[in-house]
Design a binder for this molecule. Structure first.
Ligand SMILES: [Zn+2]
Length: 373
């Protein structure tokens, strides 16, 4: 199964030239799961004709367990790989290939674990969920929230975590501030409105906002224990002797659990918009993408406790974003836990170590037993 999933390229990217369909991966899973007796629904992602989610359900009724993985991968640089990224190659006790650990491997292992249950009557359903576009827009997970599906008691997202349970991560926002001034001869400032002068104040204001956020919010469960705000790039102006007519800034903000994206955007707008009038420029603050909310499942949750017991590891935080906040919005007790290390993801020679495979299947079987039998 892993060989076939890896051989079906499904790169998702915000750069249209690199972006690919995920339908071949969905089709493979659909075929295998239908043959096992799962009831399969391919859910198109609105506005994206070449993308879909798969909701495959074994058994019926409320409750149950979702095993969730994304079907897409990041782009890759084949010339930097020792072997073909789209052909699983086994060497050094590892399976190499794009998506082996992030995270087609988990989907194959979830199907494998499910095989043990196809002849047993389930009290609550087992749902295998395969999503689109996790690595780019998370449009697959957003479509699930809009549809209000699937519903279950618990959800495990098999992102690579070296099989350690994860119960929190920060959110991510990418925002832009665009200032349109009026250019003119630099010898007389009254001939224009300087976008760079306004931007300087915007930078000061955002720096002050960052200091405030970092003194108000702190969570020692994170290695970087405060929310961060990073100035990523700035572009503006053309010549020293012209009043700068246009300037644009992009920054990212990573909120801790408990900080809402909307609240942050409102605060940013309220602080920045007055500079438009003060400097006589047009000032606009807008998101570059809808953002990923921060995620936290309480340490006391049933699923966290079960995962800690099965793995022998205390649930932790991670520094990357996942679909977890979206599945949590659907009302499910949610954790992130999967085979392979995030250190091997998003880079050449991505691999899944063979010694992760059987433990993953064993842990998933015990979770299915607890939630579905
Ligand atoms: Zn991933």
């Amino acid at each position: 199964m892993l060989r076939e999933l890896i051989a079906a390229p499904s790169i998702s990217s915000t750069t249209p030239d690199w972006d690919q369909s995920n339908l071949a991966v969905i089709e493979h899973l659909h075929t295998w799961l239908e043959a096992l007796g799962f009831n399969c629904e391919v859910m198109p992602v609105p506005g994206e004709p070449t993308k879909a989610n798969l909701i495959a359900t074994l058994g019926t009724g409320p409750g149950g367990l979702v095993l969730s993985g994304h079907t897409d991968t990041v782009p890759c640089d084949p010339q930097l790989w020792r072997s073909d990224p789209f052909k699983v190659e086994e060497r050094d006790q590892r399976l190499y290939g794009l998506g082996t650990c992030d995270m087609k491997g988990f989907l194959a292992l979830a199907v494998e674990a499910a095989k043990a249950f196809v002849d047993q009557p389930l009290k609550s359903p087992l749902i295998i969920l395969a999503t689109a576009d996790e690595e780019s827009s998370m449009s697959g997970a957003r479509a699930l929230v809009d549809a209000g599906r699937p519903k279950a008691r618990a959800a495990v997202i098999g992102e690579p975590s070296s099989l350690r349970p994860v119960r929190m991560h920060k959110g991510m926002m990418m925002e832009a501030v665009r200032i349109e001034g009026r250019s003119g001869h630099s010898s007389d400032p009254s001939l224009g409105a300087n976008a760079l002068d306004a931007m300087q104040q915007v930078l000061n204001e955002l720096s002050a906002f960052r200091t405030e956020l970092q003194s108000r919010y702190r969570n020692s469960d994170f290695r970087v224990d405060v929310p961060t705000l990073n100035f990523g790039c700035i572009h503006g102006g053309d010549n020293p002797n012209r009043i700068c007519g246009h300037c644009e800034l992009e920054f990212d903000l990573r909120p801790l659990p408990g900080m809402s994206l909307e609240g942050l955007r409102d605060a940013i707008s309220a602080r920045l918009l007055p500079f438009g009038e003060r400097f006589g420029v047009k000032l606009e603050a807008r998101p570059l993408f809808p953002g990923i909310p921060a995620f936290e499942t309480p340490a006391s949750s049933e699923l966290v406790n079960l995962a800690e017991k099965l793995t022998g590891h205390k649930a932790q935080s991670v520094a990357y974003g996942t679909e977890a906040p979206f599945l949590q919005q659907l009302g499910m007790d949610t954790i992130v836990m999967g085979p392979g290390s995030i250190d091997q993801a998003h880079q050449p020679d991505e691999y899944l170590a063979l010694d992760q495979i059987q433990p993953t299947i064993d842990i998933l079987k015990q979770m299915i037993t607890r939630y579905c039998l």
